[in-house]
Write a protein that binds this ligand. Structure first.
Ligand code: ZN
Length: 107
């Protein structure tokens, strides 16, 4: 069983519990917010939709998701967006730090 983004149900449930704020900028999610900064979106830390374990699936705000797009995480962290929002390898959530150290791979 997978959701419409191809994410296994148990991974979806786990990540929803873990990531209550953006894994990149730390903004808390609000379910009915109109702000793109407060809306959660599914994020593959390594941009490969086949890697869909809890080490690669996370929730980030739509603002970060739009900015990151298809960029490599390491490249995106050097972008103006990240500089302006004080997002760096030390400020990101634990799951992202782990992915920087040891990028999730296809099993
Ligand atoms: Zn964010």
């Amino acid at each position: 069983m997978a959701n419409r983004w191809g994410i296994p149900k148990e991974v979806e449930a786990f990540v929803k519990q873990r990531d209550t704020s953006c894994v990149y900028c730390g903004q808390k999610f609000l379910e009915h917010s109109e702000s793109r900064k407060q809306k959660a979106s599914w994020e593959h830390i390594v941009n490969d939709i086949r890697i869909n374990g809890i080490d690669n699936i996370s929730l980030c705000c739509m603002s970060c998701n739009d900015s990151k797009g298809a960029k490599l995480l390491e490249d995106w962290l050097k972008s103006d967006y990240c500089k302006q929002n004080n997002i760096n390898r030390n400020s990101v959530a634990q799951v992202v730090k782990a992915a920087i150290k040891n990028p999730p791979k296809l099993k």
